[in-house]
Ligand binder design. Structure first.
Ligand code: HOZ
Length: 431
């Protein structure tokens, strides 16, 4: 069966035909592709087409698809059981490895997704401070827990429901939304809600309104404001953890969080999340303390094995320079395509993350990201797809490079970009 036939079948049994909204191509139009297999930087669909993948499962695969060491680890561990509901040595090892990489996370709890990680970290922040409000940023996406679906990014923004029906108004009122990269807005909000804000929750590098990087001083400023107000600074590093540096965005920008949420890379492509921080906070979690959170599949042995295998490769000499170089080369390939076609585009890049925006300068916040021409992004997406490159099927997401994106893939992306941006330019002339 090809993608179209599978999609028609899926529509009858799965809402929108997909198990996570952005996959449905709603933002770019056309039939969503159904994946058959993937290896390295390449993905094959059920139509028999091959793509250089720049979506890369939305972030957990810095080594590329089906990395032999990850596959070997998962297969080996699976022989001995896929879930125990009993603690394992590997979970301790993963917690120790994360603690070495991130000095602000000497203690952590493993969960099954980034959503769970943030939901639990927010509960802990509320319990630890005795306060109920949380500051988040417009266009920040922290998973789909009730309190977080307020002016959210990613699929919520793409689908036009940044504040979802079904979220109780009483809960949404406790979520205070500020403008990303705007410290004055945060200071004002803290003042207006003095003594009530439990946490300032931020993607230190915003990845769910497209890639938007923190302005100089923004993250240190949040640290100062959190300290002054008694709120905890919570970094959602689900995308950036073990992605923009070994120690995540907090290493790259030199700012320490009180609580850190992780996911994606630490599960190496299997479902994992984690939240962590200093012991006096984390020991408030059950059973050490009274704040409840639990999970049958938390610390799942296959996911932990995949995560450990991934992190061990990322610890090797030269790997981070290689990942950075891959990201730089992919972004340059996109930039050159835009330039050659005479299209005004800003390709924002940080490490192996990037997003092409159709606007003259890189967005600083959600308003800037929304001002970009999303119809042009849809055209670019389809142009690239036709040329055998699979970008994320929505503007408000990141593209991901990996160690598997070598010179051959970069050349293919460059060639596709020239054709696709030329198509965008031609469409603009027609309109
Ligand atoms: N929430 C993910 C992007 N930020 C999408 C995940 C998916 O559709 O697989």
């Amino acid at each position: 069966m090809n993608s179209e036939e599978l999609y028609q079948r899926a529509l009858k049994r799965i809402p929108g035909g997909v198990n996570s909204p952005v996959r449905a191509f709603g933002a770019v139009g056309g039939t969503p592709r159904f994946a058959r297999r993937a290896r390295g930087a390449r993905l094959w669909d059920e139509d028999g087409r091959e793509y250089v993948d720049l979506c890369m499962s939305w972030g957990p695969l810095p080594l590329g698809h089906a990395h032999p060491e990850v596959v070997e680890a998962v297969c080996r561990v699976a022989q001995d059981g896929t879930s125990f509901g009993v603690a394992t040595a590997a979970e301790v090892e993963l917690a120790e490895l994360v603690a070495r990489a991130m000095p602000s996370v000497p203690m952590l709890r493993l969960v099954c997704s980034g959503t769970e990680a943030v939901m639990s970290a927010v509960r802990l922040a509320r319990a630890a401070t005795g306060r109920e409000c949380v500051i988040k940023f417009a266009g920040g996406y922290h998973g789909h827990a009730d309190s977080m679906l307020v002016q959210a990014g990613s699929g919520a923004l793409t689908g036009g429901v940044p504040s979802s029906p079904g979220v109780p108004a009483a809960l949404a009122r406790l979520t205070l939304v500020c403008r990303y990269n705007d410290l004055e807005d945060v200071a004002r909000t803290l003042q207006e809600h003095a003594g009530k804000v439990a946490a300032i929750l931020v993607e230190p590098v915003a990845g769910n309104m497209g890639l938007v990087t923190p302005a100089a001083g923004f993250l240190p400023g949040l640290r100062r404001l959190a300290d002054r107000s008694g709120a905890l600074l919570v970094f959602d590093e689900v995308i950036t953890g073990f992605r923009v540096a070994w120690g995540g965005a907090q290493e790259r920008y030199g700012v320490r969080a009180d609580l850190t949420c992780l996911g994606k890379v630490i599960g190496g492509g299997l479902p994992v999340g984690a939240y962590g921080g200093r012991p006096e906070l984390m020991r408030q979690m059950s059973p050490a303390g009274p704040v409840y959170q639990a999970g049958t599949l938390a610390g799942n042995p296959l996911a932990v094995a995949a995560g450990l295998a991934t992190l061990r490769v990322l610890q090797r000499d030269g790997v981070w320079a290689e990942l950075e170089a891959a990201g730089t080369a992919l972004a340059a390939a996109l930039r050159e395509g835009a330039l050659a076609a005479g299209v005004a585009a800003s390709v924002v890049q940080l490490g192996s993350l990037c997003t092409p925006f159709f606007c003259p300068s890189p967005p600083r916040d959600l308003d800037g990201a929304k001002a970009a021409d999303t119809a042009a992004y849809a055209r670019l997406f389809h142009g690239m797809l036709d040329q055998g490159v699979y970008l994320p099927p929505a503007q408000f997401e990141c593209s991901f490079g990996s160690l598997a994106h070598g010179p051959e893939e970069v050349a293919q992306v460059a060639c596709a970009a020239r054709a696709a941006f030329a198509g965008v330019a031609a469409a603009a002339r027609r309109d």
